[in-house]
Design a binder for this molecule. Structure first.
Ligand SMILES: [Zn+2]
Length: 276
């Protein structure tokens, strides 16, 4: 799933590969997918986009937005975006195919679910998209300790767990169940720990871990569980992910624990991330 570091890295790659190209043709649903979400009738995408030029690509939390003159193409997490040059053979199965006049193309497929929205600028009022545009990215200067502490204080007397606080309800758009795992490991906080048990030091450590872990992941072009537009994995080696199911904790050599929790698996070290 695309989260903040992958969205940044994919946007950068797309700016380097498709910026300035003119769209020749758009096709949808060669293989329909039940959980592929479109804006109005996707058969109209071709009319909206053909003969228009790609201006720039932006990362917005976990979204990727491509500006094509007066139209936006917006991808949510859960979309696999692949680029094929004129010499590559592109796959026949897709939910969205964008061909450029130089014969290169973007091929988009949905994993479990995902949005492939194409709309005239300003027309799309999806709640998650608007929140993502409005709230500061954890990588921005605006997301400083004061901002995070205020956010934390709003919820500190609730029974929310660390995972629920960080990765649900769009409190921090683009911070999802993927990047969450290493952020909490590095902060030595158990994903199930109630945030009303965190002291000032814990909150400080958590803030620093959000910043530093996401910077590190972004600098390494995303996590090694995710792929870029050429199909290559990111270089950030996840400590807590499906790739490390059978691994030991790098700090104390305990066996890591994987559990289903709040819609998705959580991974943690039972010794370094004690549940208080
Ligand atoms: Zn440990």
């Amino acid at each position: 799933m695309i989260e903040i570091p992958e969205s940044l890295s994919l946007s950068l790659q797309l700016n380097n590969t498709i910026k300035g190209k003119t769209i020749k043709n758009v096709c949808v649903n060669s293989t329909p997918h039940k959980l592929a979400w479109f804006y109005k009738d996707p058969n109209n995408y071709n009319n909206l986009l053909t003969n228009k030029k790609v201006d720039y690509i932006e990362s917005i939390a976990g979204f990727i937005e491509i500006s094509v003159e007066d139209v936006k193409i917006l991808f949510s997490d859960g979309v696999t975006i692949r680029y094929y040059s004129q010499n590559d053979k592109s796959p026949n199965k897709y939910q969205l195919l964008i061909e450029f006049t130089d014969e290169s193309s973007l091929v988009c497929n949905i994993q479990m679910y995902g949005g492939l929205w194409v709309f005239p600028e300003g027309e799309f009022d999806n709640h998650y998209y608007l929140l993502a545009k409005e709230k500061p990215s954890p990588l921005s200067e605006e997301f400083d300790f004061e901002y995070f502490n205020n956010l934390f204080n709003k919820y500190k007397d609730t029974k929310l767990s660390a995972k629920a606080f960080l990765a649900t309800e769009q409190r921090i758009p683009g911070l999802g169940n993927g990047v969450l795992q290493d952020i909490l490991f590095i902060a030595s906080i158990n994903p199930k720990r109630k945030i009303n048990t965190l002291n000032d030091n814990d909150v400080n450590r958590l803030y620093r871990s959000i910043k530093l872990t996401l910077i590190e992941m972004a600098e390494q072009r995303g996590r090694n569980t995710e792929k870029d537009i050429f199909g290559n994995s990111g270089s950030y080696k996840t400590i807590m992910s499906k790739l490390n199911d059978d691994s030991k904790c790098p700090n104390c050599r305990s066996s890591l624990i994987k559990e289903a929790y709040l819609g998705g698996s959580v991974y943690y070290c039972p010794k370094c991330q004690i549940l208080e």
